[in-house]
Ligand binder design. Structure first.
Ligand SMILES: Nc1ncnc2c1ncn2[C@@H]1O[C@H](COP(=O)(O)OP(=O)(O)OP(=O)(O)O)[C@@H](O)[C@H]1O
Length: 305
């Protein structure tokens, strides 16, 4: 487990202040960076992330979200480390799902839903008006609570569907990517002889791994998982956790979970939320064994929630 200073806010500040890559969507904003640094104190500690030697895949910066007049997120600032698993924990209704739905611009599809603040993906604000939400959703894939394969499609076509959407139609290439994705989702051996069966013929756990394969097929930069094992039996949950353990080498994963043991088992970093606010973030070991905030301690020791 990597250890780090507790000054996560400083690390986020440094990430938030990174200039966008040349020609990036934030290119214009980067030109005025000195001004922004003066006006935003959070942009001052540029060296901290470099010192920590940690790369960030994403970060929420002062992110707030509403459903009509109900505010579900309150100025959340949170780093998401590359090639690591970040668990989001907290009691029901604290905003976990809303947060990750803001990470791939799914929140805004609901009528009356609104977001303020920024979400940086590789240094670019995904809420920049010039950014295409469809492209964001390709780069930031999502696996939902209940397995949701396309019910009329075969196992093969479920994984190939995303490739068709991004314009990849070459049959050999599609077949290669489908196989690779199913292997990465640890499902290949179980389905290789029945790729053209209907996806609904799979067990719930297999369907969920199929959804992981479908998400991986388009090579996302980040994979979001919203309580991905809550509809699965213990054996299927264990397999999915093993899979997360494998994928963390290659992917950046953010997992929402109610299950504290699961968060402790699968994640490198944990964020604890309460009433729409981020209470504490840090290495999972620290959050579970040595939290700094008494509300975190009360939650992880089961005293509320
Ligand atoms: N579609 C919606 N319309 C209106 N309010 C909503 C909607 N979805 C969520 N909310 C509200 O937003 C707040 C955050 O909900 P959210 O689903 O993000 O919490 P959560 O921590 O993921 O909860 P759970 O653990 O129960 O899934 C709650 O107060 C909830 O009632």
């Amino acid at each position: 487990m990597r250890k780090e200073s507790k000054d996560v806010a400083g690390m986020v500040r440094s990430f938030a202040s990174r200039p966008a890559p040349d020609g990036g969507l934030d290119g214009a904003a980067a030109l005025s960076a000195p001004l922004r640094e003066l006006t935003r104190p959070r942009a001052q500690v540029r060296a901290a992330a470099a010192e920590a030697g940690e790369e960030l895949a994403m970060a929420a910066e002062n992110l707030s979200a509403w459903y009509g007049s109900t505010q579900a997120l309150r100025s959340v600032t949170l780093p998401i480390r590359s090639r690591a698993v970040t668990a989001i924990i907290g009691p029901s209704g604290c905003g976990k799902s809303t947060l990750i739905r803001c990470f791939n611009r799914l929140h805004e599809v609901l009528p009356g839903a609104r977001v303020s603040g920024r979400v940086l993906l590789a240094g670019r604000n995904i809420y920049d008006p010039r950014v295409d939400p469809v492209e964001v959703r390709r780069k930031v894939g999502m696996v939902f609570q209940k397995p949701n394969p396309f019910p009329t499609m075969s196992i093969f076509d479920n994984v190939a569907a995303g490739l068709h959407l991004v314009g990849i139609r070459n049959r050999r290439l599609v077949a290669e990517v489908v196989e690779r994705s199913l292997r990465m989702a640890a499902l290949w051996d179980e389905v290789k002889d029945r790729l053209h069966d209907n996806a609904m013929a799979l067990s719930g756990g297999q369907q969920q791994r199929l959804c992981v394969a479908r998400a991986l097929a388009v090579e996302p930069e980040v994979l979001l998982m919203d309580e991905p094992t809550s509809a699965l039996d213990p054996i299927s949950s264990g397999k999915l956790e093993e899979l997360i353990g494998e994928l963390r080498r290659t992917y950046t994963i953010v997992i929402v979970t109610h299950n504290m043991q699961q968060a402790a088992r699968v994640s490198d970093y944990t964020a604890f939320m309460l009433l729409g606010e981020l209470v504490e973030y840090g290495p999972t070991d620290d959050i579970f064994t040595n939290p700094t905030d008494e509300r975190t301690e009360a939650y992880v020791t089961g005293r509320f929630g």
